[in-house]
Design a protein around this ligand. Structure first.
Ligand code: ZN
Length: 651
């Protein structure tokens, strides 16, 4: 596939990040009603930006407001080295929604010195600064730079289970409480129907003051009220444009939940949301993903507005239409299989607006809701965000990665020929079938795997995809063109799991993030267990290490064996076995190999992380009526961040 000539996908570049744009194909062809609906939902999607920022760290908003004020009003030389270094820091803070790296969760620091930073504050408009009443400019500058430069609160999310993960994490979900206190508190929360457990703690902050623990619920009139009120008001405007009565009811339920914080309403909303697949326009809006909390309880706020990509959805409908066949033939113990796989809804979507924890760093697939019992009784929605994956793909063409890390032309050619298609299919299988497959044995505690659960769950979904992508059934269903295509995915999966994903990690660090841990777990486990038969080898040619798969059939069998074991671990809640797998294969990095990969990667000068600016939606109003919504792609990253700060800064 050739890079498009008319549309520049990469629009900014700083630190380890590239900023891209995404196109919204087909937006012109949806109805006016759908466009207006999308417009209002998009406003709601942008109103929670400050919530996420504050959830990540208690001082993030102060720092971000200060940065915005400097960028807006600094009166000194903007061409100076100091100011340029400051701008890099500003862009990083915007990107991470705070002062900790969005992926590693480590606190990062400006390259500009502390004194120089103070000078920037002093030489900007003090009126625009988020100062305290009566605070002098010097006191303010000292207070803010203390936060930015202090060597404290270094980790946003710590998964180091040797200590207290709550105390060791700088996030703002907890204040003054220990892990033991959180666990004890959560155990006291009412669980009226243990078969259908409420997501207790999902939408609150837990605070201990004067020896008393209280829960601050995120709701209108509670924590984050000012932002939530705005979200609600846009949702109210959106509701009349819903495409079905059920979708309108669903939005109403979400509004009620935001007003009360009542988690029963959250479950009811999710059930309405997951069981209506008729509307073309859809959205995510709420406290959803729990990766930001080391205990996996608190939800970070996120939003996504999208509409169905009709052509590409045909692909995933084929997969979900055969869900029962895949479940029945899975290489796992039959006790762990679902006798009937319900409501695996598969669709491909076009993102129109990203918000909260989906912005600027964006997932390429989503599978919701998270509550196991709702998934079991009502199914789940799995989506692939095709215009985002396409933008990534376009941006990656010509990056030099394939030339550097593939060891032969056959592999490179295969990757160019099948890479985009097979990697999309992997994502579909992971999201549509992988997460939804299998079941817990009766009585198994869904939280039994604790801090290892995310890694093991991602591994389970990936293995399901890896096992089936090589199945003749896939070609039979027309999902891949021939029996060669899956090999492109195997090549890139192993190459990534053993080597190329290490480009995202600093030398000397371990793997922390669940998806990265999962990929190394699978690749290293397969390397080890196929060693005797040389299923995978890592040859060194001219001092460069490569990965080679010698036997694709055997590798598929190894994936099957590991899938069976991880499914058993989940179904039985075998914490020790899960811990052992993760600690043995997923965490530690081969330092020598890591150094080599970083060295080779550095020469390519590629940003390991990517994120997106949103297109700007603008209503066309005639005689007080919206007659069209136009879409504009020209806003720069800095312009967008400053505008969001002005327009959606509610906290
Ligand atoms: Zn997943």
């Amino acid at each position: 596939m050739e890079a498009e000539k008319d549309f520049e996908y990469v629009i900014d570049r700083f630190a380890d990040i590239k900023i891209m744009r995404y196109k919204v194909p087909d937006f012109e062809n949806i109805t006016l009603n759908q466009k207006i609906f999308i417009y209002y939902l998009s406003q709601a999607a942008l109103c929670g930006r400050d919530i996420l920022c504050d959830q990540f760290y208690r001082h993030n908003l102060l720092v971000r407001h200060t940065i915005d004020a400097i960028v807006n009003s600094y009166g000194g030389n903007r061409e100076s080295g100091d100011f340029k270094q400051f701008m890099t820091y500003a862009k990083r803070v915007w990107f991470s929604n705070g002062i900790h790296h969005h992926y590693s969760c480590d606190k990062f620091f400006p390259e500009i010195g502390e004194e120089a930073f103070k000078q920037l504050i002093i030489n900007s408009d003090f009126e625009q600064m988020p100062k305290a009443a009566g605070e002098s400019v010097t006191d303010f500058a000292n207070r803010v730079t203390d936060i930015i430069y202090s060597k404290t609160d270094l980790k946003r999310v710590s998964l180091d289970s040797s200590g207290d993960v709550v105390k060791a994490s700088a996030n703002n979900f907890y204040s003054g409480v220990s892990q033991a206190e959180v666990e004890a508190y959560n155990a006291t929360l009412p669980q009226p129907d243990p078969e259908r457990p409420l997501s207790n703690g999902l939408n609150s902050r837990l605070v201990k003051t004067d020896g008393r623990i209280t829960e601050e619920t995120y709701r209108v009139g509670g924590k984050y009220s000012a932002a939530i009120e705005q979200i609600v008001s846009w949702l109210e405007k959106a509701a009349p444009y819903a495409e079905t009565d059920q979708q309108r009811e669903c939005i109403g339920k979400l509004i009620d939940y935001y007003r009360t914080g009542d988690l029963r309403l959250w479950d009811e909303y999710n059930i309405l949301w997951v069981s209506d697949n008729r509307p073309r326009v859809d959205f995510v809006n709420g406290f959803v993903e729990v990766y930001g909390d080391p205990l996996g309880i608190k939800g970070t706020w996120e939003a996504l507005v999208n509409f169905k990509d009709l052509t590409a959805t045909h692909r995933t409908e084929t997969i979900s239409g055969n869900a029962q066949w895949f479940e029945d033939h899975a290489p796992i113990d039959s006790r762990f299989k679902k006798s009937s796989v319900k409501g695996v809804t598969a669709k491909v979507i076009t993102a129109v607006q990203l918000g909260g924890d989906c912005y600027p760093s964006t997932p390429i697939g989503i599978n919701l809701p998270n509550a196991d019992w709702i998934r079991k009784e009502h199914g789940s929605k799995s989506v692939t965000i095709e215009n985002i994956t396409y933008a990534y793909h376009q941006a990656s063409l010509g990056s030099g990665m394939l030339d550097e890390f593939c060891n032969n032309d056959a592999e490179r050619t295969r990757s160019r020929k099948y890479g985009y298609q097979s990697s999309n299919l992997h994502t579909d299988l992971h999201e549509c079938l992988g997460h939804g497959s299998g079941q817990l044995l009766p009585g198994t505690n869904p939280d039994a795997l604790k801090n290892y659960s995310s890694t093991l769950e991602e591994a389970r979904a990936d293995l399901f995809a890896l096992y089936y992508i090589a199945d003749p059934k896939i070609v039979e269903l027309g999902l891949l063109p021939d029996n060669e295509a899956f090999k492109a995915e195997y090549d890139s999966y192993i190459r990534n799991g053993l080597m190329t994903q290490l480009t995202r990690i600093e030398l000397g660090k371990d793997l922390e993030e669940s998806h990265m841990r999962n990929r190394q777990l699978i690749a290293r486990w397969a390397l080890e267990h196929g060693k005797a038969d040389k299923v995978i080898e890592m040859p060194v040619i001219d001092d460069k290490t490569y990965t080679v798969i010698n036997d694709y059939t055997r590798l598929r069998q190894l994936f099957a064996a590991l899938l069976a074991e991880i499914q058993r671990i989940k179904s039985e809640g075998d914490f020790e076995a899960g811990k052992n797998l993760v600690e043995t294969y997923a965490v530690k990095i081969d330092r020598q190999l890591h150094a080599e990969v970083l060295e080779r990667f550095k020469k390519l000068n590629i940003a390991p992380y990517g994120g997106f600016v949103n297109p700007v939606l603008k209503p066309v109003v005639e005689n007080g009526e919206i007659t069209d919504i136009t879409i504009d792609y020209t806003e720069s990253y800095t312009e967008q961040m400053l505008r969001y700060g002005r327009k959606f800064g509610f906290l």
